[in-house]
Write a protein that binds this ligand. Sequence first.
Ligand code: ZN
Length: 150
Amino acid sequence: MNELAELYQQVLLDHYRSPRHFGRPAGAEREAEGFNPLCGDRVKVYVDVEEGVIRALGFEGSGCAISTASASLMAEALQGRRIEEFERLFAAFRATVTGGAPDREVDLGKLAALAGVAEFPMRVKCATLAWHALEAALHSPAGGTTVSTE
Ligand code: ZN
């Protein structure tokens, strides 16, 4: 394993073992649940949005290392960011994990640790599960309808 792959492995294990922003943040009015039947991952995303800004973002659930690390890294990356920034980041992240060409203007930061998923098409749904749930939550009415994203 080369040094970069080792570093990425450490980032993923760290976020899997100690997920950041785990739980429902106070004031989160929107939520959506994602389920990945291929792997059995379940993740529920909670978000507090005000004037187009993600004020707080948290998640709960259980799943494999990739789905949990991805949810944790996503929650860390998007605190205080605008919805448009989420959309750009999601597009770049999805392109990265599916082996496509991500927008080079977008800095994935630690999310680049999941780039190796591109070599395992079966795991793409694990990596994007929390993102689809967040997208559903952002488009759901406030007050909490739960959307399942399979
Ligand atoms: Zn999984």
